[in-house]
Structures are given as C-alpha cells and as structure tokens.
Design a protein. Structure first.
Length: 297
C-alpha cells in the first residue's frame, strides 16, 4: 500500500541517521536519504529508501526534512553549501535533530528567519544511541510552533518511544544538554567505580554483584557495567561525541560554572587525546586504569 504520510528526507546517515531512516521506513513512511558518503545509504535502498544524489534533491522531494549530523557547522553546510534550505518547498518543515547546543540552534533559527521565513523550523534533538535509533525507541525533545505538531507526529512516533514538547525553538536543545549532562555523570560513575575497584584489586564482576538490584544503578548503567566487564567498548555513544555535548553544556551555562562538569570534560579530553575518542564513552574506564602506569614500549 502507498504511504499516506508526508514524505520525509533524512540528511546525514551516520549511526543515528541510519537508525532513524530505518525506523521511518519500517513505519511505511516514504523516506528519501542523503549522505556525503553514498555507501552509507546502500542498505537503506534495499529497504525501500530513495537515495538522493544531493541534499538539495532530497529536500526538494520531501515535505519534512530531518538533519542529523555531528555539529552546527555540518548542519549549516548542508543547509547553505549543499543547497538544502533553498530547495525546500514553501510550507515545508525542517526538523533539526542534531545535538548542536544553544548557540547552534540560535544560528540555525537566524538562518531560517533571514533566508526562508516560509519554512517552519523545529528543534528536536534526541536521547538514545545506535540501537534505540534502529528500534524506534528514541526520546525526542521537541520544540517549535504548535500548529505543525500534528504533521510530524507520524514521524516522531516512528522514531521514538515518546516525544516531549517543551516550548519554542531552542527549548529542545536546552533540555537535550540537561539530559546529556545526566548521561555524562551516570557514565562517569560506572567508569570511575570500576577503575577504583581495579586499583583496589577487586574485579568488575564482584562490583556488579554488589550493585545488582541497587536503586542506585539504572538499567542503562547496569548494561554499561556488563559491557565494561566484557571489555566491549565498541561505540554505542562515542566518547568524542559525548565530550562535545559536555562542552556545549558548559558553553551554554557559562565556562566559569559547574566545576565538576568542567573537570569531567578535562578528564574525557585526556582519554580522547590518547586516541580513545571513537570508542564508547565507557572507555574512560581504561584511561583511568592507565593513570600512573609507565608508557607501553
């Protein structure tokens, strides 16, 4: 059966964008995909996705366009340099779902106001990693004009287990920074506790046994502890991206505030400098365990 949903373009087929496009296709939404490296879109074509040669071509064919890339500069590059914003039809919706912070979303809003006031911008970053994206289990922190909420509801229902509408454009990005600050400290608790256990000559399994069923340990942390115990640091949420989000939170709050978060950022930066940035944020465990050791020959 032909979909009755408005066509959606997903621009940026990384780990998150790929999962989101997969979830949209599974829900029967006509989905156009574009990525700078076309190889990332091949399996989506096999699932029924329409692969566009350019971002402008994808935008021209869709009523709703999603951007999911690494940072503000990448978003603006797609919008301006790749011609996406100019290609949007009047009345189209641009759903900006990348995590770009407060200053970033303000730049995007100014761009839309100046160049395409006939387009509606929604600010809707997400909480979740690769697996929830693939399974349509993200949490969406959405913000923007109420009159278009109904138009994006089928898409958001396909991508997420819940959508939280939090006010005008910019509020979603603010809530995402709060969410990821919580994630950062939750991950740091797991990493620091395991590293300390090893320093005290305890093994990870014993720590997990002691903490099992504790109200202090979330299901997310328990899963992270299991992966640490298995030495599995493959990226569900890459450390470099988690650090970027912490930096965005510090920038939004004022760099002279939240000393504990600033210290965490410095610690994580050291791990990134050791070449661990493309691994899961729990790889900080290894960086902490290495402290004080002689360099390997």
């Amino acid at each position: 059966m032909e979909s009755t949903h408005e066509p959606v373009a997903v621009l940026g087929i990384g780990a998150m964008g790929h999962g989101m496009a997969t979830s949209a296709l599974r829900a029967g939404i006509r989905t156009i995909v574009w990525n700078r490296n076309p190889a990332a879109t091949r399996d989506l074509a096999a699932l029924g996705g329409e692969v566009a040669e350019t971002a402008a071509d994808a935008a021209r064919r869709a009523a709703i366009v999603v951007t999911m890339v690494s940072d503000t500069d990448a978003v603006i590059s797609i919008a301006r340099d790749q011609g996406m914003l100019a290609a949007l039809a009047p009345g189209a919706i641009w759903v900006q779902m990348s995590t770009i912070g407060v200053a970033g979303i303000e730049r995007i809003a100014d761009l839309v106001d100046a160049e395409r006031p006939d387009v509606t911008l929604l600010d809707a970053p997400v909480s979740g990693s690769r697996d929830p994206a693939e399974q349509g289990q993200l949490t969406i922190f959405a913000s923007g004009p109420e009159q278009v909420h109904w138009r994006v509801t089928p898409l958001f229902d396909a991508l997420g287990q819940r959508t939280i509408w939090v006010g005008p454009v910019g509020a979603g990005s603010r809530l995402k920074l709060v969410n990821n600050t919580w994630v950062a400290f939750a991950a740091e608790a797991a990493a620091s506790s395991v590293a300390l256990a090893h320093r005290l000559e305890l093994d990870t399994e014993k720590v997990m046994e002691a903490l099992a069923g504790s109200p202090l340990v979330s299901a997310w942390q328990a899963a992270k502890l299991q992966r640490i115990a298995e030495d599995d640091f493959s990226a569900q949420f890459a450390l470099s991206l988690a650090l970027k989000d912490v930096r965005l939170a510090l920038q939004a709050a004022g760099d002279d505030r939240f000393a504990a978060l600033a210290c965490l950022a410095d610690e994580w930066q050291q791990a990134v400098d050791q070449g661990l940035g493309d691994r899961d944020l729990t790889v900080v465990t290894l960086a902490l365990q290495r402290q004080g050791r002689s360099p390997q020959p």
